[in-house]
Design a protein around this ligand. Structure first.
Ligand code: AMP
Ligand code: FE
Ligand code: FE
Ligand code: ZN
Length: 283
């Protein structure tokens, strides 16, 4: 059984529509696919409706979170699976995060344009097409205008969080996010906890506190985590009694990673879905 528990569609910053995503997933030999767009459940209905025979769909969202410690702000991502999309507090929080993504995207574009870099908000809005706006949409507009050669290149400099053009978005305190996902009957899993190549990460003491707060799992096999980072997480998960998932974090052509590049073991998947109280996978 091939299980990929973290993917993105055009409902956020992936390049495949949700329909294309589920069709491609089956064609790629996946048996289980979780759709986990940033801060939205916008792709869920389409994913379930377009689900090809033989593919099981797990509904999920990747929440933009933050942990502040000693005045230091570390951004992190929390995957919530199989929660009730109508749970009011969580629904309102997703809306707040998406709204903030809009204003912040506009601000980054304005910062770039003010410095003479050819880019317009109109084009970025068009590329995001009603989905949750992210830096990858800005990156694609920069590629179109010949400013950079690729989306990845845009992130190394112009769109990096250390760039002078960068603007911050609203995030959810990660402890609050765990609490809300649990309250909505879902299963919280820490996405790529040790992806140091993306930026600063939280330490083991914080992950221990997250486990105490009800975190269910750590994403261990992930393209942005080195073999050493994965090994560290494996030991930590064992110590804390957390499950360890694996996923591609597929974003279509915004990244070079293929569907199923990293996968979750069937017994771990069974464990994960047994913890869900609001919904079950469909298929
Ligand atoms: P944002 O959520 O708007 O802050 O943008 C972060 C998103 O950009 C992440 O969720 C990734 O999908 C994407 N991203 C980050 N680094 C890269 C990269 N080097 N190449 C392509 N996409 C990236
Ligand atoms: Fe993304
Ligand atoms: Fe992420
Ligand atoms: Zn992701």
């Amino acid at each position: 059984m091939v299980i990929d528990l973290h993917t993105h569609s055009t409902a956020s910053d992936g390049t495949d529509t949700t329909t294309e995503l589920v069709v491609k997933a089956r064609a790629a030999g996946l048996d289980v696919l979780a759709i986990t767009d940033h801060d939205t459940t916008g792709g869920w209905d389409e994913a379930l409706a377009a689900r090809p025979a033989g593919l099981t769909v797990v509904t999920g969202t990747e929440f933009s979170c933050v942990h502040e410690v000693d005045g230091r702000r570390i951004s992190l991502h929390l995957l919530g699976y199989l929660f009730d999309p109508n749970h009011e507090a969580l629904r309102a929080e997703r809306a707040r995060l998406r709204e903030s993504r809009l204003g912040r995207g506009r601000q980054i574009v304005q910062n770039l344009a003010a410095d003479g870099i050819p880019i317009t908000w109109e084009r970025v809005a068009e590329l995001s097409d009603g989905g949750a706006v992210g830096r990858p949409h800005i990156a694609r507009a920069l590629v179109e205008n010949g400013v950079v050669g690729s989306v990845g290149e845009a992130f190394t400099d112009l769109l990096s969080s250390r760039s002078k053009y960068y603007a911050r978005k609203a995030d959810t305190d990660v402890f609050m996010a765990i609490e809300m996902v649990l309250a909505a009957g879902g299963v919280p899993v820490f996405a790529h906890p040790l992806a140091t190549r993306r930026g600063p990460v939280v330490d083991d003491a914080v992950i221990t506190r997250l486990a105490e707060a009800g975190l269910v799992g750590l994403e261990i096999e992930h393209p942005d985590q080195s073999p050493e980072e994965r090994e560290h997480l494996r030991r930590l998960a064992a110590d804390l009694g957390l499950i360890g998932t694996g996923s591609s974090d597929y974003h279509g052509s915004n990244k070079t990673i293929a569907l199923g590049a990293c996968t979750t073991r069937p017994d771990v998947y069974a464990d994960l879905i047994s913890r869900a109280r609001a919904a079950q996978p469909v298929g």
